[in-house]
Design a protein around this ligand. Structure first.
Ligand code: TPP
Ligand code: DXP
Ligand code: MG
Length: 680
């Protein structure tokens, strides 16, 4: 029976406050764990109702997490989470309950496991499908150092659709590493899970003969532990003989166990205890329900993956309606792609497991046969798109900017090198906010700029996004359009689309004291700053570059001739970014410009609101105004040849501990810890 939150309120916190570590947890009797799980579940719901995060996946692994920490000897035994969005229970059990209210906030806990945050976080996460590879590395290193420990990777059925997971399975199966992979199978990714693997998991979960035989053997042997250990040691004989080998994981030399009920905490502890006795690579298949124990989250699993603010009593989501606000860039993408697809039957849409996240779902609802959710498989998504283009279709492949990092060689090797007409739409470009360092899409411009043959553009607003998508449809070669998370700036965006001249920017404001060159929505903050500066007597020319590649050379020649001070602004890394490309152009043509580049300095930026993070990085509107004032007031001098070029003053960089990635805030990684003791 689903517990309503009110009913949960009756559950007094009898155990929650007593558990601040796995050692505290182990002091509970096995029979008390169910109650502890109920309290932990209620705490997570209450916390997330006012501090948004990933709810459904964390509710789905409450019992699994408790059982793992009850049986394992963490942090010496290593527990590696895949993606890590489901690790809230893990964080609460491992001493972070009191700080959990700071989850995903500036200076607070990361929303994902992070080695620098806790010794219990055996490996960082955020991007999918890494846990098996990392856990295998930890297991093999432990064995080589003579350190006996359990190493466990917890991976979801969605993350298992990522190729990296299979690279890890393949390698682990050929090793005799003492590794347990726990497959958390809830049939969900963010959207319903997809692919042949999903069907396969469903089959082995429901195939009566296989499971009855396995279960029968398993329970019969419970009474004869020694015999069971012998049989387990018989390994293949058992599988090849009594139980026909009909399991993908066993074919990869993993001993497969399950599927077991992922919400029966006492049975889970028993099974996990037994598995500690079995050496080598093992896989425990656990069946869970995403959003378990909270009715709205169980019934609307896609929405409650990350529901935002909500009323825990009623399950009503708060503040998510955008009444009258400008649309989200993703929705403009989705609606525009549907519009373009109606006019051009060559157009198809591709997403690696983010149909709702990128709003390809809008086209998917109307044209399911022309949309492809390929699972968490970014490299495959790009090369699959290249194949589609090779046969004359026009694929719009939408991948979050930071997830596109997984497909970098696919872009070069399969798309650019062959000059194929693939339109890559990078959503979540720039700083994304609370998801933090793993998810900020700040590397895409610097990564894509060196790739020959790419056209790279970034719209300043929704109208420009539509025009760029329209322009890309009739283009030839590979076209990259990058745009940010969240809302745009105008409600008046449903205008007829027009073809933009490739590589042409646009002057938004004339001026004579200095030139301000922006790309993407950074131009909106810059426009405000230029206006403020005008009121202070500083005359700023502001141009929207629109294209990072090819750059508008005509515009840059004019800037080079007329201005000695140039400021560039991009929502991305400065190293190798658009500002650097402008600097290279000016140097190449001998223009004596001094260029200040605003963007993300050479460090990772942690989590917080986008406004907080942009302010720390020095390229929010006030930061741009500061740069204008400095440039406007400056006397030009140069120690060398009349040109002084340097990056933005790093003093504006994100220099507070919380913004700098983990190892600078005093907590050392386990590896650093060990190496330092070794040196002593
Ligand atoms: C490389 C990469 N691609 C996409 C994502 C976005 N993402 C986060 S969680 C998730 C679904 C994961 O499904 P599963 O592993 O089954 O975990 P569940 O949410 O079901 O617990 C996706 C696609 C990501 N974090 N990393
Ligand atoms: C955990 C994960 O990677 C996704 O859930 C991601 O957080 C989605 O980001 P958006 O909220 O920007 O769609
Ligand atoms: Mg899942």
């Amino acid at each position: 029976m689903l517990l309503s939150f009110t009913a949960m309120q009756e559950t007094q916190y009898k155990y929650l406050d007593k558990v601040d570590s796995p050692d505290d947890l182990k002091r509970l009797r096995a029979g008390e764990l169910t109650q502890y799980c109920a309290e932990l579940r209620r705490f997570i719901i209450a916390q997330l109702s006012s501090n948004p995060g990933h709810l459904g996946s964390s509710l789905g692994v409450v019992e699994l997490t408790v059982a793992l920490h009850y049986v394992l000897n963490t942090p010496d035994d290593k527990l590696v989470w895949d993606v890590g969005h489901q690790a809230y229970a893990h964080k609460i059990i491992t001493g972070r309950r009191d700080r959990f209210c700071t989850n995903r906030k500036l200076g607070g806990l990361s929303g994902f496991p992070k080695m620098g945050e806790s010794l219990y976080d055996a490996f960082g996460a955020g991007h999918s499908s890494t846990s098996i590879s990392a856990a295998l590395g930890i297991a093999i290193a432990s064995a080589r150092r003579g350190e006996k420990r359990e190493v466990v990777a917890v991976i979801g059925d969605g993350a298992l659709t990522g190729g990296l997971a299979f690279e890890g399975l393949n390698n682990a199966g050929a090793s005799n590493a003492n590794l347990l992979v726990v497959l958390n199978d809830n049939r969900m990714s963010i959207d319903p899970n997809v692919g042949a693997l999903k069907e396969y998991l469903l089959n082995i979960t429901t195939s009566k003969r296989y499971n009855q035989a396995k279960h029968h053997t398993w329970t019969r042997l419970e009474r004869f532990p020694k015999l069971r250990r012998t049989i387990q040691k018989m390994g293949n004989a058992l599988k090849g003989g009594f139980l026909q080998q009909s399991n993908l994981f066993e074919s990869l030399n993993f001993r497969y166990f399950g599927p077991v009920d992922g919400h029966n905490v006492e049975q889970l502890t028993r099974v996990l205890k037994d598995l500690k006795e079995i050496p080598g690579p093992k896989l425990l298949h656990v069946l869970t329900v995403k959003g378990k124990g909270y009715q709205p989250a169980e019934e609307h699993q896609r929405t409650w993956h990350a529901p935002g603010l909500f009323n825990p009593e009623t399950g009503e989501r708060l503040g998510h309606t955008r009444n009258g606000a400008p649309p989200r860039y993703q929705d403009v993408f989705g609606e525009t792609l549907l519009e373009l697809a109606r006019r051009d039957e060559r157009i198809v849409g591709i997403t690696p497991a983010m149909p709702t996240g990128c709003s390809l779902s809008i086209m998917m609802e109307q044209m399911p046969e022309r949309c492809f959710d390929v699972g968490i498989a970014e490299g495959h998504a790009v090369t699959f798109s290249a194949g589609l283009a090779a046969q004359g279709l026009v694929p719009y492949c939408n991948i979050y900017s930071s997830f596109m990092q997984r497909a970098y060689d696919n872009v070069i090797h399969d798309v650019a090198l062959q000059g194929l007409h693939v339109v890559m739409c990078l959503d979540r470009a720039g700083l994304v906010g609370e998801d933090g360092a793993t998810h900020h899409g700040v590397f895409d411009l610097a990564a894509m700029l060196p790739v020959p043959g790419l056209t790279i553009a970034s719209p300043m607003d929704e109208v420009e996004l539509r025009n760029l998508m329209f322009t890309a449809a009739s283009g030839e070669g590979p076209f990259v359009i990058r745009y940010p998370r969240g809302n745009g700036v105008t409600r008046d965006w449903r205008r007829p689309m027009e073809t933009l001249p490739l590589g042409r920017g646009r002057i938004l404001r004339e001026g004579k004291d200095l030139a301000l060159l922006t790309i993407g929505p950074a131009g909106n903050d810059a426009a405000w700053a230029a206006e403020q500066a005008a009121g202070e007597g500083i005359s700023v020319l502001h141009a929207d570059l629109r294209f990072a590649k090819p750059l508008d050379e005509g515009l840059l020649h004019r800037i080079g001739r007329e201005f000695r001070r140039v400021i560039t602004v991009e929502d991305g890394v400065v190293n190798g970014g658009v500002g650097a490309a402008v600097l290279a152009f000016m140097n190449r043509h001998g223009y004596p410009c001094r260029i200040t580049m605003l963007g993300v300095e050479d460090r990772f930026v942690a989590h917080g609101t986008v406004a907080q993070l942009k302010e720390m990085c020095g390229y929010d509107a006030p930061g741009i105004l500061r740069a204008i004032r400095e440039a406007g007031a400056e006397r030009l001098t140069s120690p060398i040849d009349g040109r002084v070029t340097e990056q933005a003053d790093t003093a504006d960089g994100p220099d507070t501990d919380c913004a700098v990635y983990p190892f600078r805030n005093g907590i050392k990684s386990p590896g650093q810890e060990r190496n330092e003791t070794k040196q002593d």
